[in-house]
Design a binder for this molecule. Structure first.
Ligand code: FMN
Length: 284
């Protein structure tokens, strides 16, 4: 067991193995896996920007087979990971980061998951964990054993979002300034963390993350998808940023790099609809 991270498998393997499942076998989690996931959730460290998050495993009510509230997108799910965060300026990035750690731990335990930030009844999941003053429920995920075959709605959603594909490096990663593509050779020891970021899940698979590498540090930006933010109550692309931070930092640590996310004054010229998020800063 890799005690640094709390994962049994190599983090790169866990990241490569994760994919969204919306079709479950309808059975409760087995006791050992539930205990391992609950222990991991209880032992989460602080979020990168310090927001207060909390998570719980929510089961189907007795006598029923599955937790409702996903508009039929998810079938057969008995248990959900439900989380809340105290609302604030970086709450969504923090929530994305912490929830993705749990999603990856579930993957490590050979359980299936699926981020749900759009197709969920937020009020129903909120009351299931007793949200109180100032808290929001940005997203949830079913967790359990996947069915042997995907239901039609699951396959259709995957096809619509082209879920198996990711943008190529030259659209995502840059050398010193936007517009100058970064090669894996020039990326050097950041190549694995960047590749692990590239494999991250994102809402509708829009992959809004961009990275400019400068003097061995990685500046992370959000390039907003046109017309996307207005579609749902929560700014899902900020969740995507937190997920990206999680993948990058875990992979950086696994290849022996020492660094942390900080907020810098970055004076790079940015393309349209692009916002600075944070910088992974190498400890020198
Ligand atoms: C923040 C966030 C919100 C998402 N919301 C939904 C959702 O509401 N419904 C859904 O079916 N999938 C949702 N997804 C899953 C994405 O469509 C999926 O991650 C993406 O297509 C990439 O596929 P993969 O996870 O299999 O790699 C969401 C993903 C993220 C990261």
């Amino acid at each position: 067991m890799d005690s640094t991270f709390g994962f049994d498998a190599r983090i790169e393997d866990v990241i490569r193995r994760r994919c969204s499942w919306r079709t479950y076998d309808g059975r409760p989690l087995d006791d050992d896996k539930r205990a391992a996931l609950a222990a991991f959730m209880a032992a989460l460290g602080p979020a990168p920007f310090g927001s207060k998050t909390r998570f719980a495993l929510v089961d189907a009510p007795p006598g029923t087979e599955e937790v409702k509230g996903t508009y039929g997108v998810v079938t057969g799910a008995h248990t959900f990971i439900v989380g809340a965060v105290q609302d604030g300026s970086r709450a969504l990035e923090d929530f994305g980061h912490q929830m993705e750690l749990i999603v990856l731990k579930a993957t490590d335990l050979k359980l299936a998951t699926c981020w749900l930030g759009g197709t969920l009844r937020r009020d129903a999941f909120g009351s299931s964990i007793g949200v109180h003053g100032g808290e929001i429920v940005p997203a949830v995920s079913p967790v359990g054993v996947s069915a042997t075959r995907r239901a039609l709605v699951d396959s259709a959603l995957r096809l619509m979002a082209a879920s198996r594909t990711r943008k190529p490096w030259e659209e995502l990663f840059f050398d010193g300034r936007f517009g100058a593509p970064l090669s894996t050779e020039v990326a050097g020891d950041l190549a694995t963390p960047l590749e692990m970021l590239r494999l991250a899940p994102s809402a509708s698979n829009k992959q809004p993350w961009r990275v400019v590498v400068e003097n061995g540090d990685a500046h992370l930006f959000l390039e907003r998808t046109k017309g996307y933010a207005a579609m749902v109550a929560v700014d899902l692309q900020r969740l995507d940023m937190g997920i990206a931070m999680c993948h990058f930092a875990l992979a950086a640590r696994s290849v022996g790099l020492d660094g942390a996310w900080q907020t810098h004054h970055v004076s790079l010229h940015m393309p349209a609809r692009t916002e600075y998020c944070a910088t992974w800063t190498r400890r020198k």
